[in-house]
Write a protein that binds this ligand. Structure first.
Ligand code: NPW
Ligand code: ADP
Ligand code: K
Length: 507
């Protein structure tokens, strides 16, 4: 599913008009009806519904929604919150259809009248502003939004909650706090931003009939379990351990032996053929009981020889001594093996960033926002405000694959392509989750030709496993990173059983 900016959404509508003759009025009818039927899952026949209609095309959707609900026999009060002169274009056309259908509407004269109406209502549908909002809300929207937010009604938003910008970059806004948002055609960037997402509540996306094959490809999409099913490589019946990748995990120390153990174990649980660990010799006795399948190679004083491996993950639990920084630089400059750098490795990489540009073999960096702030010199706040553009700038500049981790993880390729993974839950907000992710990613990197697919799949497998575990057996409080490693078997079984049942349906 594509993710768009406001500008890209307008371009899509324009394309629909140019290549298919789909006029805005038709799209508005489609959008309003699709949203109505989506919202009906949350509305009962006995509910009293208020529909708030603003000045632009979002308000036009509101007239279609109010008309459709009234036609279906629901108890609806439609409130136009701006003067008549403000309703123009497609929205005005739909206002006329609304009136011609014999339905009444109310025009906002005083907030008290609306207040009285909202006090009686069970449901409030926000069709005031969508992707056209600019800057902080002006009146009367700001007052109305405050009024709605303090009422004990179910708040449902159309496309975007009024006041939430569609794009990244703005942090200080007041907005309608929706319990649920019915998003038109494609999620907008702000759905994936930590400061904006809570305003959306739960959400889903409705389709409005755009000519999908003709739309511009903005190379930014949501990656979901259905995409994993399509792209995950099958295990060939005649494969051998060499077919599934020979990986090396470099890291760990006496103080942090668990990190490499988890990375190695997660890599093997995700299908890697062979995993070796290069670590401080003093840590081996603590690590080996947890991962009997791994081998150990000479670590300690020297930069490990990575030739002969299909992939290397480096940095977890490694410590930050300057000697290790020299290793990272040499690995970046000299190794001809795909490299994933995480945790302490990212900290040490800061001094060797320019060396990344020379690498001809892929490099994957997996920072959380704090580590990314360290790498870029930006503040965490700046990163969180505009994670899409900062990720893209960095990945293109240094020619790397960047996995910016968080509740919405953004995966960016060196050519600027982006994928977003929203799987996972706060049970993962615990030390060790990142080490497990690195192991899964290392395994996927060695087994999938397309690195974007490998990384996107790895992120979804990690989050989906955590979601499965908290649905059944664990809670978000007790979930451990090691539970996620063992839970991978459930995920792979779920995926393979669904592909078997799909195959059995084929002739
Ligand atoms: N064909 C299509 O395009 C389709 C579009 N669709 C729908 O249209 C929506 C986009 O419509 P849109 O472009 O009219 O923008 P929209 O969000 O309604 O707002 C415009 C109004 O906002 C006002 N305004 C702005 N900032 C403000 C502020 N801070 N505080 C107060 N007011 C502010 C601005 O006022 P102005 O600045 O011009 O005075 C103007 O009046 C989209 O989200 C989807 O729902 C669907 O029907 C499918 C087909
Ligand atoms: N609240 C959350 N919701 C979803 N995923 C989360 C959440 N918190 C953390 N995660 C995921 O858990 C992992 C944490 O990685 P990281 O911060 O590097 O952990 P650590 O270094 O402690 O092992 C990332 O994959 C991140 O996306
Ligand atoms: K809205």
């Amino acid at each position: 599913m594509d993710i768009v900016t406001a500008q890209e959404m307008y371009e899509r509508d324009q394309t629909a008009l140019e290549v298919a003759g789909l006029e805005g009025k038709w799209l508005m009818e489609n959008a309003g009806r699709a949203v109505t039927y989506d919202l009906l899952a949350h509305i009962h026949k006995e509910h009293r519904i208020v529909v708030l209609i603003g000045a632009g095309n979002n308000g036009g959707d509101g007239f279609v929604i109010a008309r459709t609900l009234l036609n279906l026999g629901y108890d609806v009060e439609a409130w136009q919150v701006v003067p008549d002169a403000k309703i123009t274009g497609d929205a005005e056309a739909h206002k006329r259809i609304f009136q011609a259908s014999g339905h009444p509407y109310r025009r906002l004269k005083s907030l008290e009248d609306l207040n009285t109406s909202l006090c009686r209502a069970d449901v409030c549908i926000d069709a005031m502003l969508g992707i056209g909002v600019k800057g902080r809300l002006r009146e009367p929207y700001a007052d109305i939004v405050r009024l709605c937010n303090e009422k004990a009604v179910m708040r449902l938003a159309v496309d975007l909650p009024t006041g939430v910008p569609a794009d990244e970059g703005e942090k200080d806004f007041e907005a309608f706090e929706a319990h649920y948002t019915s998003i038109i055609e494609a999620p907008k960037l702000s759905l994936f931003l930590q400061h904006a997402q809570p305003f959306y509540g739960k959400w889903s996306v409705v389709e409005i009939g755009l000519p999908v094959k003709q739309l511009p490809d903005h190379r930014r999409r949501l990656w979901e379990i259905a995409d994993v099913k399509k792209t995950l490589t099958n295990r060939d019946a005649y494969s051998h351990k060499g077919s599934h990748g020979k990986g090396l995990v470099i890291g760990g120390s006496r103080q942090m032996p668990g990190s490499v153990a988890m990375t190695a174990r997660a890599a093997l649980r995700s299908g890697a053929g062979l995993i070796a660990i290069s670590t401080d010799p003093g840590a081996i006795s603590s690590i080996s009981p947890f991962i009997q399948e791994a081998t150990f190679v000479e670590g300690g004083g020297q930069v490990p020889d990575v030739s002969g491996y299909d992939g290397v993950a480096v940095g977890m639990g490694m410590g930050r001594e300057s000697l290790r920084g020299e290793w990272i630089e040499r690995l970046v400059c000299e190794s001809k093996t795909p490299l994933l750098i995480d945790a302490d490795g990212l900290y040490l990489l800061k001094n060797s960033l320019d060396a990344l540009k020379q690498r001809e073999i892929p490099t994957v960096l997996t920072p959380h926002p704090g580590e990314f702030a360290h790498l870029t010199g930006l503040s965490i706040g700046e990163i969180l405000q505009s994670p899409f553009s900062h990720s893209k700038d960095f990945a293109e500049r240094y020619g790397v694959y960047l996995v910016l981790k968080g509740p919405s993880t953004i995966i960016t390729g060196p050519d600027g392509e982006q994928r977003v993974d929203v799987s996972g839950n706060s049970g993962l907000a615990k030390g060790g989750s990142g080490d497990v992710l690195s192991g899964i990613l290392l395994s996927m990197m060695m087994q999938t030709d397309c690195l974007m697919d490998a990384l996107s799949n790895g992120c979804v497998l990690h989050g989906f496993t955590a979601d499965l575990l908290v649905q059944d057996g664990h809670s978000k409080v007790d979930l451990l990173a090691s539970d996620v490693i063992e839970g991978l078997s459930r995920t792979f079984r779920t995926l393979s059983s669904s592909s078997i049942s799909l195959r059995s349906l084929c002739p």
